[in-house]
Design a binder for this molecule. Sequence first.
Ligand SMILES: O=C(O)CCC(=O)C(=O)O
Ligand SMILES: [Fe+2]
Length: 338
Amino acid sequence: MGLPKFTRPKGGHEELSSNLYVANCGPAVGLTLDSIESAFSLYGTVKGVYPADESGCRVIVSYDDESSAQTALKALDRKTCSDLGGRSLHIRYSVQRPLSQVVPTDSVQVSLEASEMNIPGVYLIHDFISAQEEEQLLAAVDARPWHNLAKRRVQHYGYEFCYNIRNVDTQQRLGELPSFVACVLDKVPVFQKLDEAADVSLDQLTVNEYPSGVGLSPHIDTHSAFEGSIYSLSLSGPCIMEFRRYSNTNACFGDRDAESCDNSSNCIRKAIYLPPRSMLLLSGEGRYAWQHYIPHHKIDMVKDTIIRRGSRRVSFTFRKVRKGPCQCDYPQFCDSPR
Ligand SMILES: O=C(O)CCC(=O)C(=O)O
Ligand SMILES: [Fe+2]
């Protein structure tokens, strides 16, 4: 996750600012962001209250103007604050954090094209659908019920994907894929020009909606659940997708967190930029042996450009449910009985 935009000033010199760095204050000491906002609102219009770091006891209070911040600082710094549980707050003017610190530092070079990333079996087609089709697809899913997961919302069509077992129940068919995805399915066979073995008869669709800053943990889609071609259509907002492959076999198919891949000989990391309306195909080695994930960032560094995630990204992942055993060439990553 990137760091907040504002931080504590260094040294004694303080410049007036409309943003205050408030210590000894926050959810970890029993004060909700709402109660902090209402206490600071006595001194001017508060634009927002944000955690200053992950401690839970330091916040940034952001005012519309510097004079409100100055009044609040004079009134509340190191005084017992009865509206905030009698706590004594330590307040300073906040400074903008250098952009180099806001952008995640664990980043890997992000490719714009799949060929540049060079993972066998991974293909990306830009502008796979038109802006009008994108709008229609979003309207269609927004008119249907979403299921809430911890950090994102999902819909399943064809078969339900069960997250606890990372698999599908092939006995429980929900029905045909909905007619509103016909415009996408009609175009899927163009991938056969890139990968002649690409499956085009797809029967399972998962729609994911990610709020800004929410990503997806590293995983390989369960071999026993789905066949060899996995398509992901990106809508609404951009993101990056990272890939990593462990060379040692005990990496197995369990999830690990993104930080544990150090780009050494044990683990290679790569990344690609997924703009809205692009369609990604994972097949072969890219589908069976590489984990894929979306980092939990609000900002991605793509080449030399900082790209902000939109307020949401919606993806349509099309797959074909597997009915027989998996016969991939990667037994070390395969859960299917052989
Ligand atoms: O959101 C995406 O593009 C990928 C989703 C995904 O990897 C999955 O559902 O397994
Ligand atoms: Fe996946």
